[in-house]
Every structure is written in C-alpha cells, then in structure tokens.
Write a protein that binds this ligand. Structure first.
Ligand SMILES: CC(C)(COP(=O)(O)OP(=O)(O)OC[C@H]1O[C@@H](n2cnc3c(N)ncnc32)[C@H](O)[C@@H]1OP(=O)(O)O)[C@@H](O)C(=O)NCCC(=O)NCCS
Length: 256
C-alpha cells in the first residue's frame, strides 16, 4: 500500500496525502511519479532489502567505511528495486540495471525500454523520480546551515557565485544556495553526466531564486532546454527535478 498525492509543485513542506494505491500506479507520458522514503529502518526491515541486492550492489556496500552509510545504501537500492519492480512486474531481485559511462543507472532494455528513473538521497531521505520516454534528473539536499562545515567556499564556486550567495544572511543563504545547487544537479543528472562537466556552463547564480521570481510560486521554467520543478519534500529538505519535456502532472508516493 502506498499513500499518494498529486500536483504539488512548490516546496512548502505541507503535504495533503490522498488516496491509497496498490502496486504500481498508472503512469501517463506527460506525468511523473516521485517516491520518497526514509533510509533509517530497523533490523527486520533492513533484512528485507538485503535479500534483493545484486552481487555488484553488495560490492558497493563493502566499499562503505562505516555502518550508517552502508545500511542506507542497502535501503536505498533495496527500495529502488521494490518500487521499479512493481512498474515492470518483476520481483525486486530480478530488476536489472545498466549504467552509462558516468554511472547513471537505467533499466535493462529487456525489462522496459521506455521507463526512465533517477534517484537521489541526502541525510535519511531518498527520492526517486519515474517517468516515461524522457530523461529525468532529481536531486535533494538536507537543509544545513551552513551547508557544509567550511561554508560555501568548499563547493568550488566561482567568485561571482560566492559573492551572490554571501550577500544573504543565514539561514536564507543556505536555503537559496541549496535550491540553486539542486537545480543544477538535477540538470546534470538528467543529462547523465558528471557535475564537473557542467560546472562553468551552468552558473549557480543563473539558477538562483532572484533570477526567476516565479520560482517562489513553485513554477516551471526552461533552462538550457530543461524544465525545472521545485519538489515538495518533508520539512528540512529541498529538491529539484529536471525533464526535457514539460510535465502536466506530478504525483507523490511514499511506500508503506
Ligand atoms: C551524478 C552526481 C552529480 C550525483 O552525485 P550525488 O549528489 O552525490 O548523488 P545523489 O544522491 O543525488 O544521487 C545518487 C544516485 O544518482 C544516480 N546516478 C549516479 N551517477 C549518475 C549520473 N552520472 N547521472 C545521473 N544519475 C546518476 C544513481 O542512482 C545514484 O544512486 P546509487 O548510488 O544508489 O546508484 C555524481 O555522482 C557525479 O558527478 N557522477 C559522475 C561521475 C563520473 O562522471 N564518473 C565517470 C568517471 S569518467
């Protein structure tokens, strides 16, 4: 069983949960589903996710130096498999992914050639975007003030970008910065490249709130050929979505 709500494009943090659905909800070509779930689960639930991971995912678990990120990785990928499995009518352990040279995962073509997805995580939250026939990128960030201990300087910003964000006082500075950051990462992830490839071509200042007043209304804007959306996430998180074609419907789900 899942809880679903629809059409929320702004990031107010309030959610009006609607009907419950079983299995994979129907997905139209101009719609997108956003699934969010908590990565910190008890031992019993963790073992359910452990059962469905592939050998290469277990190798990745082994690369984590500490316990918490390893557990969160298991829950992230285990739930990814469970959710995607419902869309393609497969058991989670039978869902097969392929990767592009920059590490972006796609569904193996024999499962469903037109189902596109992208995953992001931050803190204890994971978010998964699923749509049809077009590239999608999603990025979420936990709100931190400042975003990292060393402040904005550790993000390798250009002097112009730094100056732009440093103008605001905390906590507004971190909020504005992380919103712009997630917009850029969402574009990078929709392209399926690496952050370093687009940095310099996509100035964060161009993606900042003041450039697009309608951002405040949670509106949709075209940047560099992408439509960008502000996600409605639980309090304490910000996030963005990028797609090539305009979406008419965004629905939110949370697995039970
Ligand atoms: C894409 C990238 C910016 C995301 O970084 P991040 O903010 O730490 O990660 P997020 O939590 O938002 O997203 C992670 C998820 O995005 C997906 N992902 C990974 N690489 C991706 C890429 N290049 N494009 C889109 N999505 C990607 C994966 O599902 C990943 O989850 P997983 O680890 O469970 O597989 C970063 O991983 C990156 O720069 N990758 C490219 C590295 C590269 O170019 N490698 C090739 C060497 S030449």
């Amino acid at each position: 069983m899942e809880r679903a709500t629809r059409g929320l494009l702004s990031g107010t943090g309030t959610r009006n949960w609607g009907r419950s659905v079983c299995g994979a909800p129907p997905l139209d070509a101009d719609a997108l589903h956003v699934w969010t779930w908590n990565l910190d689960v008890d031992r019993r639930r963790l073992s359910r996710y452990e059962e469905v991971l592939s050998a290469d995912e277990w190798r990745r678990v082994g690369r984590h130096a500490s316990h918490l990120p390893a557990r969160r990785f298991i829950v992230r990928r285990g739930m990814l498999r469970r959710i995607i499995g419902r869309y393609v009518d497969q058991q989670p352990q039978n869902v097969r992914f392929v990767y592009n040279p920059h590490g972006k995962p796609f569904l193996a073509p024999e499962l469903a050639a037109d189902l596109q997805f992208n995953l992001s995580d931050s803190g204890e939250l994971a978010a998964l975007a699923i749509c049809l026939q077009q590239p999608v990128g999603i990025d979420i960030e936990q709100l931190r003030t400042p975003p990292v201990a060393d402040g904005l300087k550790s993000y390798s910003l250009t002097p112009r970008e730094l100056e732009h964000f440093e103008r605001a006082a905390e906590p507004e500075r971190s909020l504005r910065f992380l919103r712009a950051w997630t917009r850029r990462e969402a574009i990078v992830k929709a392209e399926g490249v690496g952050l370093q490839l687009l940095t310099g071509q996509l100035e964060l200042e161009e993606l900042a709130d003041h450039q697009e007043p309608a951002w405040e209304e949670g509106g949709v804007h075209c940047k560099r050929g992408f439509h960008l959306y502000r996600l409605a996430l639980p309090d304490g998180y910000v996030g963005s979505l990028a797609t090539r074609q305009k979406l008419l419907d965004i629905r939110y789900f949370s697995p039970a």
